[in-house]
Design a protein around this ligand. Structure first.
Ligand code: RBF
Ligand code: MG
Length: 311
């Protein structure tokens, strides 16, 4: 997959036309996957490159000043789009100027120069100033600029639409197990291993890797069975998301204890795949009590993870 920040460099690649979708695709969940699979198919049928136009930062950050925590940071979103065999992704800077474009202007500036022949959009797609642009307007513009428009219906799971909002809520409630069927993978966060309080090794004899996260969306505080991924290898592990109330810390930390592992991984990048939540984080009356509990957590996590070979 090729990634561009600017549509102007794309001239030769779209000489014969292109198939396009536009959206945030936060989470790249099953609904998005269905849409992107449709895009890939149409590209193949028409012999044209498939193009995803996405935005950075999130449009709501610019329009409303804030937006919900992102499920998939840009770097992960690009990885997932690549896995889905998108040919080209254009990461468009979303700024005030962009936000002020009418739906028609947006199409004229971004879609027409890419010689779109087919546009695929989600069931609830809106675009342009005040969200005036929708499927019907796209179809009208398609007559003028010679592209077809296709709308992809949502995916349902247990009677409800699979959406980024639903996924965010579940993660924030700690229901990571319920998120997997919506994402088609475990919810994951990514970060660099940094120095923590250095209590884990010395005080408890349970070394943990402290993460400096890239992600904004962190599961509810608590203890989780996870897979820790380091240089493309996955290790069963247990994670604590929280404030370590036993020690009265004030900042949220994400710590991972990898089983039977004693390498120094400071500075390495670690990806955490959340499998299931084990319990709430608690304030213990002493180190011995905390340690007994953590040893139990480790046992429980090992049980949860032992039959899960494939992610
Ligand atoms: N700290 C707490 O104050 N309360 C907890 O319930 C708690 N649970 C933990 C569970 C696991 C599996 C791990 C690895 C750590 C936990 N911690 C908890 C964090 C512990 O205080 C921390 O690892 C040390 O302070 C070292 O930073
Ligand atoms: Mg994430």
């Amino acid at each position: 997959m090729e990634v561009y920040r600017d549509i102007r460099v794309l001239k030769e690649k779209v000489e014969k036309g292109s198939v396009i979708t536009i959206g945030n695709f936060d989470g790249v969940h099953l609904g998005h996957k269905k849409l992107l699979e449709t895009l890939r198919q149409r590209g193949k049928e028409l012999g044209l490159p498939s193009i995803v136009i996405t935005f950075d930062p999130h449009p709501l950050k610019v329009i409303a000043g804030k937006c919900p925590p992102v499920i998939t940071p840009l770097i992960q979103k690009l990885e997932l789009l690549e896995e889905l065999e998108v040919d080209i992704t254009i990461v468009t800077k979303f700024d005030k100027k962009m936000a002020s474009l009418s739906a028609e202007e947006f199409i004229k500036i971004y879609i027409v120069p890419l010689k779109a022949r087919h546009i695929v959009v989600g069931y609830d797609y809106r675009f342009g100033k005040n969200r005036k642009g929708d499927f019907n307007l796209l179809k009208e513009l398609g007559k003028e600029f010679d592209f077809k428009v296709e709308q992809v219906s949502p995916i349902y799971f247990k009677g409800e639409v699979v959406s980024s909002t639903r996924i965010r809520t579940l993660v924030q409630e700690g229901k990571v197990k319920d998120v997997k069927p919506l994402l088609g993978r475990y919810y994951q966060v990514f970060g660099r291993v940094v120095e923590g309080h250095k209590r884990g090794g010395k005080l408890l004899n349970i070394p943990t890797a402290n993460l400096n996260l890239v992600d904004e969306l962190v599961p509810k505080t608590g203890v989780y069975a996870v897979f820790a991924e380091l240089k493309e290898k996955k290790y069963p592990a247990v994670a604590n998301v929280g404030y370590n109330p036993t020690f009265g810390n004030e900042v949220l930390s994400v710590e991972v204890h990898i089983f039977d592992f004693n390498r120094n991984i400071y500075g390495d990048n670690l990806r955490v795949h959340f499998v299931d939540r084990i319990r709430e984080e608690k304030k213990f009356s002493g180190i011995a009590e905390l340690k007994t509990q953590i040893l139990n957590d480790i046992k429980r996590a090992k049980e949860i993870l032992k039959d899960l070979r494939n992610l």
